[in-house]
Design a protein around this ligand. Sequence first.
Ligand SMILES: Cc1cc2nc3c(=O)[nH]c(=O)nc-3n(C[C@H](O)[C@H](O)[C@H](O)COP(=O)(O)OP(=O)(O)OC[C@H]3O[C@@H](n4cnc5c(N)ncnc54)[C@H](O)[C@@H]3O)c2cc1C
Length: 305
Amino acid sequence: MPKFWDEYHIPATLDDALGLLARYDGRARVIGGGTDLLLDLKEEHYSGARPHYAALIDVTRIAGANEIREDADAGWIVIGCAVTHAQVVASSLVQARATALHEASGVVAGAQIRNMGTVVGNVAHALPAADSAVALAVLGAEVQVRSKQSTVNSEQWRPIASLYLGPGKSAVDSTREIISAIRFRPTGANEGSAFARIMRPQGIALPILGMAARVKLAIRNSQFAIDDVAISAGPVAPTLFRAARTEEFLRGKVLDDATLEQAARVLLSEAQPRTSAHRATREYRVELLPTMLREVMTRAVKRAK
Ligand SMILES: Cc1cc2nc3c(=O)[nH]c(=O)nc-3n(C[C@H](O)[C@H](O)[C@H](O)COP(=O)(O)OP(=O)(O)OC[C@H]3O[C@@H](n4cnc5c(N)ncnc54)[C@H](O)[C@@H]3O)c2cc1C
């Protein structure tokens, strides 16, 4: 077996982790659960590259990083960088106030990967079809990016979409920066969210198509109408995708069959699914988009009521 790294560090504080990254000056890499990174290293090796790091910096034992907490005053739920999919599934707070994320984490891989893989790792890997990322996109998520230059620590909250530069290409440099947390807006009164995905029957890897919706309802003319809505899907673009035109079309409308049919046409005009060798054809994904829109919108509206 080739050796992909020399040292393995398990810092107990974020400051120590940042100090290590600064010390290795681009020659070390952050590792969470390792469920993506270790496979990537092997794949790079077999494709002829010679991946090698002076050190891996494991961020899963940093004090406080395995917590899911509500910052009620500021209106966020905050997830630390060591929080696994299994923890999200077990969280009654996420289930009640961010149901789309709860549902997304529940379908990631099998139990072993859910016990190891982190939500932050899912986002840092920058795949447009990653389940947690698709759900977080409709929850208005932001990521906290930390780094240390010379002796100065820098800290910045960035919108989740700004991290995505292309399939698997993140704006966060995991050899110099750490995503220490993700925060998002929980649903409140008259709001609901939902996530759905289609997989190959034997599949425990990325989906054929995933979709999430968050809706806020208001009473208009004695009927529930869509006051606000967010819709995301993946993979239908090289980066994390929000269906801005479909959202705009749906605002102010009552969700009935005719509205859903028209909304699906708008969605098809802005989503650009492609054929992928191991998962599905473009044509199949196009067929699925209207069905999945109906599914997530109907469930999110039901929850909002
Ligand atoms: C069998 C199998 C099935 C899978 N099924 C699914 C699935 O159904 N749905 C799905 O979405 N994904 C799936 N995955 C992918 C993977 O499990 C998830 O994306 C997981 O959440 C990755 O998290 P991790 O902590 O293991 O990341 P790691 O592998 O540790 O890291 C992934 C990348 O992010 C970087 N990174 C990690 N943490 C940080 C941080 N805090 N700051 C900066 N950079 C960081 C690493 O350097 C690396 O580049 C599957 C993987 C396997 C092996």
